[in-house]
Design a protein. Structure first.
Length: 568
């Protein structure tokens, strides 16, 4: 019985061991399978990771390609501008014409399309910075002669040559003939690829009158577009011969000098911080919105300014740079011409901004109140301080701001004087009001005192005038301290506050002629005028001598009454 139990126990133990080993092998198999599965999954994950990595690299490569393409598309060439509003009344750049190149100073003019300057044959041209262009010294020049009394581009044939004729709204007039030659621009930021050369028809001045007779710059560079069947313009030919450049150019005008940028605009010049308070203007345009959200958005706008802040406005005409303006806002109140919108020409060839009479008078009324000549006249100052909103012909939305501006001008003794045509000039820029130009879609373009006022000696004078020939213009006083971006491909113009580079005139190598102009203003007058003036002066002197001698004779040689009579 004891042996039987022992036998059964041994058999039971063996069976249990066999079962345990079997389970162990199954677990090993499962573990191996699991390991294989894990390895398989890991391999799959690695493959996925590699694929993902390849995808990421692929995307990065695509982005790099796009970035490189963008960099290629955003290539820009910069060219120095010289000039100012007060002394020169325009901004100009240096361009070489002909082979070999003859340097000429040309006024940058977005309001016209012609490239022209005086030539050596001219007998009725003024003295300018450079000598007149000499066609005989250029191996690539070619006069545009008539063919059977006809000319291309619908030009008129005069004495066997195709006539050049240009008139300007201020009364200036130029005429001469057309010729073609090589134009060369040398970039300041890219001296290799930034040098652009192409051939163009240009105007050769044979007669100048008006302002052109006395201006320092030698010629004009028009930047507007080509009309149908017209002479191809400078800007169209430039982009045609520069396929790498985007069809965009911009002007960045400072108080003294500036920059012409081809192919785009400079992001580095954009003002990063705007220190003005736009809260009230935002509230006015968003009266139904939450004021807290407006305040926050204003705070963001005050601290950040980027490419996204460029205000774009559509060009309204085909060949010239007109935009639609709804009105001008001062102290929260909008003033417009006949209560309607109007088209204004964006024109760098006009010195001042020209406004319709009613619009100009409305704005000028408030500038007159802010113009105090004598700070020691308490009666005059008290009279201005007593003005109320109810006494104004048009109430100001922010009348308190107007009164605050007036008080600040008085407290800082910001004396104002008036020059020709009653133009106001202040001693300081500080405390003078911002103007806002209302564009389409209720957008507003800031126009600061540093822009609409120009430096004249130690004063800052208003750069606004009444329009001429019913032609409202945004002139150089509007351009200042902004990048004005002309996007020709998309037919629009952009505006953004910018720190434009300064190029004072004394940094430009001056020519012999320019020294003559600076030191001999009298010789800008024509010979006939000087001769006539001399004759009149001589005749006046002779007449004075005759009268003096006659008086002398009458005193000393004529006897006094009763001198030779004897008494009774």
């Amino acid at each position: 019985m004891g042996f039987s139990k022992l036998y059964n126990f041994i058999i039971y133990f063996i069976i249990i061991n066999i079962l345990v080993q079997a389970n162990s092998e199954d677990e090993n198999v499962l573990n191996k399978n699991n390991e294989k599965n894990v390895l398989s999954k890991n391999n799959e994950q690695n493959v996925l990771n590699k694929n993902n990595g390849q995808n990421v690299l692929s995307k990065n490569n695509e982005q790099n390609v796009l970035s490189k393409n963008n960099e290629k598309n955003e290539e820009i060439y910069k060219y120095k501008l010289y000039g100012d509003i007060d002394e020169y009344a325009y901004y100009f750049m240096d361009i070489e014409i002909g082979t070999p190149g003859q340097k000429l100073s040309l006024i940058v003019d977005t309001g016209s399309s012609s490239l022209s300057f005086p030539c050596s044959e001219c007998k009725d041209c003024g003295i300018h910075m450079e000598n007149p262009f000499n066609l005989n010294n250029s191996s690539t020049s070619s006069v545009l002669y008539c063919n059977d009394n006809t000319c291309p581009y619908n030009l008129k044939c005069v004495k066997g040559r195709c006539e050049y004729l240009q008139s300007y709204c201020e009364g200036s007039r130029i005429n001469g003939f057309y010729f073609s030659d090589v134009v060369k621009l040398e970039s300041t930021n890219n001296t290799k690829s930034g040098n652009i050369t192409f051939k163009k028809h240009m105007g050769c001045h044979m007669h100048e009158e008006g302002l052109f007779l006395y201006q320092h710059a030698t010629g004009v560079l028009g930047l507007s577009l080509t009309k149908p069947k017209g002479v191809p313009t400078f800007i169209d030919l430039l982009f045609k011969n520069s396929p790498k450049l985007n069809k965009i150019f911009s002007l960045c005008i400072s108080e003294y000098g500036g920059e012409l940028i081809l192919g785009g605009y400079s992001k580095d010049y954009i003002v990063k911080e705007v220190s003005i308070d736009e809260k009230k203007e935002n509230i006015e345009d968003n009266k139904n919105e939450n004021i807290d959200s407006i305040d926050k958005s204003v705070e963001i706008n005050k601290n950040k300014s980027s490419v996204d802040d460029i205000l774009w406005e559509a060009i309204t005409r085909k060949y010239y740079y007109y935009i639609r303006v709804e009105g001008f806002q001062l102290f929260g109140t909008t003033f417009s011409h006949n209560n309607k919108s109007m088209e204004m020409l964006v024109d760098s060839g006009s010195t001042f901004t020209h406004l319709p009479d009613d619009l100009y008078n409305n704005l000028n009324f408030f500038f007159d109140i802010l113009c105090i000549h004598n700070m020691n006249n308490p009666i005059d100052i008290e009279k201005r301080l007593k003005i109320t909103n109810e006494t104004l012909s048009k109430h100001l939305l922010y009348f308190d701001d107007f009164k605050s501006t007036l008080k600040n001008i008085i407290s800082t003794e910001n004396v104002c004087v008036k020059i020709a045509d009653n133009v106001q000039c202040w001693r300081y820029l500080k405390h003078l009001p911002n103007i806002y130009i209302k564009l389409s879609n209720n957008t507003k373009l800031l126009w600061q005192p540093s822009s609409y006022l120009y430096k004249k000696e130690s004063f800052w004078c208003k750069g606004l005038e009444k329009q001429v020939n019913n032609k409202p213009i945004l002139g150089l006083s509007f351009f200042k301290n902004k990048q004005i971006i002309f996007d020709l491909k998309n037919n629009k113009i952009g505006f953004i506050e910018s720190n434009c580079p300064s190029n004072p005139i004394n940094t430009r190598p001056r020519t012999f002629n320019e020294y003559n102009i600076k030191e001999n203003h009298l010789f800008k007058q024509s010979y006939f005028s000087l001769y006539t003036f001399s004759i009149i002066l001589a005749l006046t002197f002779i007449l004075y001598i005759i009268l003096y001698i006659k008086k002398f004779i009458s005193i000393y040689y004529n006897p006094l009454q009763g001198e030779n009579t004897s008494p009774d």
